[in-house]
Design a protein around this ligand. Structure first.
Ligand code: SAM
Ligand code: SF4
Length: 351
């Protein structure tokens, strides 16, 4: 039997699925219920962010190993109808690299009406597709943008595509994919531009969240000693803005919110490394190859694609998904001695 790791430094028992309670929802041994589904639909990307991808990109996944449009729609429907998922976000790699993205969105919107569908994207090329995506049923987008300085952006992403990203964000706003949330990963190179990024987001009406860099880069360069933490960010932002802590909007939302200059504008900080919030995690993840991951840091995966292609029915697939989530770890364990990053990097898991 595989072992599980505990985020709080507590030894956790050997894994057993036999003791999983017979309930429909995606429950785990620590009392959490997963309702927020992240669906990675591709490993390819138009950028090469240093904290995520290697310079040459991730190894190509042959087409036949990627979930098809219909398979994604089917699994999303099972997640919602049979497992209690109430929110779906498409991610990758870069979801815009899939030509059938509009079809995936439209298929899911039809299969699970009323369930919020969103997408995490780098926004490169979004300008041309924002309206079609909104028409297909996409509700809103989270855009990853770490710097509004063109040179810094190009250095960090290894691509000079900032103008396309900014055009994509504005097109998304025009198409009604709102509120637009901007995610920025904290890196030493971009810390000096953090206040400019916040200023830009306030002007454009976007909600900004900074995220501590996690050890999920393909190059495995992450180091605890050099990472920029929330405290350093607050110091940097504090030189331009007056920030007042307002806490977390809801317990499963990882961002701690701060009022900017007395509000009403806010900025969020996801201190994923220094303030562990795994105890409130309500996520379940599907990789582009159709495996379920119970968490970012566990390499244990359950292969729904293989089961589906060998004829498994909905109930069988739902049961496999429940088994996968039952084995979810207590926490990421980044701060534990002997921590090992997972085999897959963020771009290959789906952030
Ligand atoms: N390409 C899309 C994008 O960048 O928004 C979607 C996929 S990307 C892997 C999803 C999210 O993961 C992005 O917001 C990105 O900033 C975040 N991410 C990637 N690597 C990370 C890391 N090492 N630590 C924290 N967040 C990371
Ligand atoms: Fe691509 Fe997103 Fe990873 Fe950047 S964070 S390399 S945009 S997948």
């Amino acid at each position: 039997m595989p072992r599980v790791r505990g985020g709080g430094g507590q030894p956790t028992p050997a894994l057993s699925r036999a003791d999983r309670p017979s309930v429909a929802a995606l429950v785990d041994r620590f009392g959490r219920v997963a309702k927020d589904l992240r669906v990675s639909i591709i490993e390819k990307c138009s950028l090469r962010c240093t904290y995520c991808m290697p310079a040459e990109g991730l190894p190509n996944i042959p087409q036949h190993r990627l979930l098809t449009t219909d398979e994604i729609v089917r699994l999303v429907r099972i997640a919602v109808e049979d497992l209690g998922v109430n929110e779906v976000r498409f991610t990758g790699g870069e979801p815009l690299m899939r030509r059938d993205l509009e079809d995936i969105v439209a298929g899911c919107a039809q299969a699970v009406p009323g369930i919020p569908l969103s997408m995490t994207t780098n926004a490169v090329g979004l300008e041309r597709r924002a309206r079609r995506l909104a028409a297909a049923g996409l509700g809103r987008v989270n855009v990853s943008l770490d710097s509004i300085d063109r040179a810094h952006f190009a250095e960090l992403t290894r691509r000079d595509r900032l103008p396309s990203v900014l055009a994509g964000i504005r097109a998304a706003a025009r198409a009604g994919l709102a509120p637009i949330k901007i995610n920025a990963v904290l890196m030493p190179e971009t810390l000096s531009g953090a206040a400019d990024l916040l200023e830009w987001c306030l002007t454009e009406g976007c909600l900004l969240r900074f995220i501590e860099q996690m050890p999920l880069d393909a190059d495995r360069r992450w180091a605890r000693a050099s990472m920029v933490d929330a405290e350093r960010l607050l110091e940097a932002l504090g030189e331009r803005f007056d920030l007042t802590e307002v806490g977390r909007e809801d317990p499963s939302a990882p961002a701690e919110e701060w009022l900017v200059d007395g509000g009403p504008a806010t900025v969020g900080i996801v201190a994923s490394v220094t303030r562990n919030f795994c105890a409130d995690c309500d996520r379940t993840r599907l990789t582009a190859e159709g495996t379920v991951r119970s968490g970012l840091f566990s390499d244990e995966e359950v292969d729904l694609r293989a089961a589906m292609r060998s004829g498994a029915g909905d109930e069988k697939l739902a049961g496999l998904w429940r088994d996968a989530m039952w084995s979810k770890w207590a926490g990421h364990g980044i701060n534990l001695e002997g921590f090992e990053p997972p085999n897959r990097s963020m771009g290959a898991i789906g952030g």
